[in-house]
Design a protein around this ligand. Sequence first.
Ligand code: A2P
Length: 221
Amino acid sequence: VPLEEVALPLYFGWFLLPAVQEKIRCTSMDFLKTLDTLEAFKKHLIDFTGKPDQEVDLEQYYKSTGMLHCTTQFCNYGKVEGSKEYAQNPAVQNAYGSVFELSLTALFVTPRTVGARVDLTEEQLLLWPADAEKEAESVVPAAASLPRGSRAHVTLGCAEGVEPVQTGFDLLQILALQKDGQQGEPLEMELGSLIYYSEGRWMLTLREPISVPACFSSFYA
Ligand code: A2P
């Protein structure tokens, strides 16, 4: 087997530098704590519990999923079509090992995942797979009509039994609803404005985006 074929990673992406991992985990926990105490959130608790009058502790509800990162190309060690071409792309090879500033512009939760939206710059979009949104079409039909980079996110936690790949689908779903103009009254909070998108989907658009240094690299389990 040629070496380059066995050398493909599980995925490529930007890995938040260790010093900011802790900070973002705290930001995420603070957000969950705040959300949990909001009357507006309590009104829709059934979205999470499936039963009326049941409590939920959001800080325990989501399990952490390891190193915080923003996946670009999921390769599954080369099993994913296009991953070899991605690894050979000069833009990818040139950027490998470099530190970028990622801009986190929103935090969102659903009954499945909690994540941060990443707003990619033109330069960062050069590392974004051409078909990332289209690939999500079977789960989120409107995904392909959203701008490139719409799926970019950092998974902050997943509910029991949920795979992290779900976070990007949840984000695309919220953005599709947003595009359709399906949104209620925003709730103004210290960190930004919070909107409920039905079925347990909430997004807090940050007043001040959070800029985090992240190394473009790859992960081999
Ligand atoms: P995400 O980027 O949303 O966190 P796993 O541990 O399940 O193998 O996943 C490893 C990483 O690759 C996770 O970060 C995960 O999701 C991402 N990922 C898993 N499957 C896919 C996929 N089919 N498409 C894109 N990203 C994926």
